[in-house]
Design a protein. Structure first.
Lengths: 331, 365
């Protein structure tokens, strides 16, 4: 397993700047999740590390070795794509064995069997091992393609939204499994997603990308509790952070133009009047849509609240975040 | 606007039974969700209400009138599809006015009506624009405008937000719901997303394999599921199931699992054999003093809360706890379940046993 570094990496496709001077260290044995909306540069970053694309500027190292000019095969990485690609004429077992049968690795057959069975178990596809790869559902094919990466022990695993095509139950099972595999094997994993739940639950570190720039890098908790900007703060948390004019409650620091309030930073029962505009019962919690001085905000309350549209709730901020005119955090 | 009543509606495609005898009522002005996994029959049910499919048997009443064998054009409803199609050669205003001009409404009246609708949807300033250059959100608003302008008896929507990305979807679902609150139009909405159903719906029908599993208001369905399927389909993470073998009888207020006595609401029904003790993750509490033990398998940070996965003698379960609580993987820990919230299921039928707590909900579901 190995550390991965990117130093001042930039990449453009014609006029489009996909990555803009990104410097980042993926520590050895860490699970780093790159988070951002479509077009932020997540997949481009993965492709640079894997060697499928070359940076215009900057350097990449894996395990201390400079990767300039190295082919994907020489880099000792495995990549799982969003779109699975399996060998259609082979069975599931043969697909999973394939990377281990490479002439460079010369893995003994009992070892191959052990590895394949273990991975199939984890991914809940043991009962399909002897099926043709084409006789599987989309979700099963994606699990086989994850499995094909996991049977090997490369320097780095690279994964591009591997769970996005799976149903909710399987996704939640595999989140735990992937995290467990990574933690137990000490593997280095660089993972791309736009799903904040995946980022929060699996990552040791999250990198937030905005239009090709790395705007924050830290643990999920650092990102959630201490975001550097409105943009970073909006990446994590459901319902999303409320952003209002800074002076709406009074007491804002001078440089602040906006106040950011996560739902739990809005205390109820004390402070100024707001009007309940809509109540959404989600089961384990209830979301309150409030109107406050002609602004909308969303907070959460007890699942079995009696509040209904039209009611008045007093609210006040608690440990709010403050942002400046450019969106950067000021307090 | 109208009440819609579905009575014993069934649909077969050849030898395949898509919808088994379904019965439920959508009240006037309700925002009503048809929820279920793919293949459960929800879209077929909606298409039968709209007249795009004819039921094999059963009746459909719109505003008291039996319409099950009538074509869509005679039902006076509006259908909004997942892929909204606009007339590309017309501008926004013409797209919206088209259905009225087809009905032969006088031009002055059409202009007034289109103006009102544009106001409601917040698209007054783009009425003169061609539809070609519009953003996804505006296109959807125009498609809605064209549906609303006719004042139909009901709106039917089949996963209208399915193709949108998460951020925009959240925004549009709020907008749809606000629009509904302003117009109070009876709306039937198909989705496979349980959160969307809970968030937007006044009432939900949960379907599975062509059958109605449960029907009611979101919070009641969440708290008191009628079947194990509903308990698992609604909620994220879903309800925990502790499986055990045994016998329970009416009047019983606790069960014994792995030498621990677990309390529950007083049962009205009895059952024996394979049983399931169901409890939601937020009602599982880590408590060193509790006799029932579990071993921590994983913890997942979620901001204010964390999800803790535990192995127990009766299967794997999840607990939702404050994220400030320190929990280590591998730790053996006592588990306390909030007795007031427990549901016991007969695992062989998958149905919830009636208790003092859930009888009110189950009797009308």
């Amino acid at each position: 397993m190995a550390e991965v570094t990117l130093t001042n990496v930039s990449k453009s496709f014609g006029e489009d700047v996909a990555l803009d001077d990104v410097t980042m260290t993926v520590p050895d044995g860490s699970f780093v999740v790159l988070l951002g909306p479509t077009g932020a540069g997540k997949t481009t970053t993965l492709r640079m590390v894997s060697g499928l694309d070359k940076p215009d500027k900057g350097g990449i190292t894996i395990g201390g070795r400079d990767m300039a000019g190295m082919t994907p095969a020489q880099r000792d990485v495995t990549m799982v794509f969003q779109q699975y690609s399996l060998y259609p004429h082979l069975t599931v077992r043969q697909n999973l064995e394939f990377p281990l049968k490479s002439p460079i690795l010369r893995t003994p057959q009992p070892e191959i069997d052990r590895k394949v069975n273990e991975v199939a178990e984890v991914l809940q596809i043991s009962h399909k091992l002897d099926n043709k790869a084409t006789a599987l559902s989309g979700g099963e094919m994606q699990r086989v393609s994850i499995g094909r990466a996991l049977v090997r022990q490369p320097s780095v695993y690279l994964m591009d939204e591997p769970l996005s095509s799976l149903d909710a139950k399987l996704r939640s099972d595999l989140r735990i499994e992937l995290k467990g595999i990574q933690a137990n094997s000490g593997a280095t994993l660089l993972y791309v997603t736009h799903d904040q739940i995946e980022a929060m639950t699996m990552a040791t570190h999250v990198g937030v990308l905005d239009n090709g720039k790395l705007v924050q890098f830290g643990t999920p908790r650092e990102l959630y509790e201490n975001p550097v900007s409105v943009y970073a703060a909006s990446r994590l948390g459901q319902p999303r952070i409320n952003v209002l004019p800074a002076d709406i409650f009074g007491g804002a620091p001078g440089a602040a133009t906006h106040i950011g309030l996560r739902p739990e930073q809005i205390l109820q029962g004390d402070g100024e009047d707001s009007t309940v505009h809509r109540v959404e019962h989600l089961g384990d919690q209830t979301r309150l849509h409030l109107s406050f001085k002609s602004h909308d905000l969303i907070t959460v309350t007890d699942a079995h609240t009696d509040l209904k549209a039209g009611d008045i709730v007093k609210i006040r901020p608690h440990e709010a975040l403050y942002f400046g005119a450019d969106g950067a955090r000021v307090a | 606007m109208a009440q819609i009543r579905i009575e014993s509606v069934r649909k077969d495609f050849g030898s395949f039974n898509a919808v088994k005898s379904s019965t439920f009522t959508i009240e006037d002005g309700e925002f009503f969700m048809l929820l279920g996994p793919s293949g459960c029959g929800k879209t077929t049910t909606l298409r039968m209400m709209a007249g795009l499919e004819l039921p094999t048997s059963g009746e459909i009443y719109i505003d008291g009138e039996e319409v099950s064998q009538k074509p869509a054009s005679q039902r006076d409803i509006a259908f909004v599809f997942q892929m909204f199609a606009l007339y590309p050669h017309m501008n926004v205003g013409k797209n919206i006015s088209y259905p009225l001009l087809c009905q032969g409404m006088p031009k002055a009246q059409v202009r007034k009506k289109v103006g009102e609708i544009a106001e409601i949807l917040g698209i007054t300033d783009i009425l003169k624009k061609p539809v070609g250059g519009l953003s996804g959100g505006d296109r959807q608003r125009v498609a809605l405008g064209r549906a609303i302008v006719r004042d139909p008896k009901a709106f039917f929507m089949d996963e209208p937000l399915g193709a949108l990305d998460a951020e925009f979807r959240e925004h549009m679902s709020e907008e749809l719901r606000n629009l509904h609150d302003r117009m109070n139009a009876t709306t039937v909405y198909v989705t496979h997303d349980q959160l969307e159903a809970m968030q937007m719906g006044d009432k939900i029908v949960v379907m599975n394999h062509g059958s109605v599993e449960q029907f009611g208001v979101p919070q009641e369905i969440y708290d008191w599921p009628a079947t194990k399927f509903v308990a698992q389909f609604i909620g994220s993470p879903c309800m925990n199931f502790l499986d055990f073998k045994g016998k329970v009888a009416g009047g019983q207020v606790s069960v014994q699992l792995d030498n621990a006595v677990l309390n529950m609401p007083e049962l009205l029904d009895g059952a024996s054999g394979d049983l399931t003790f169901g409890v939601r993750p937020e009602h599982v509490h880590l408590d060193d003093a509790a006799p029932y033990r579990g071993k921590v398998v994983a913890t997942e940070y979620l901001g204010t809360t964390q999800i803790i996965t535990l192995d127990t003698p009766n299967g794997q379960i999840k607990a939702r706890e404050d994220s400030l609580k320190n929990v280590a993987v591998g730790e053996q820990i006592g588990l306390r379940f909030d007795a007031r919230t427990v549901t016991i299921f007969d695992a062989s039928t998958g149905r919830a046993l009636r208790s003092h707590a859930n009888q009110g909900v189950l009797s009308h579901g």
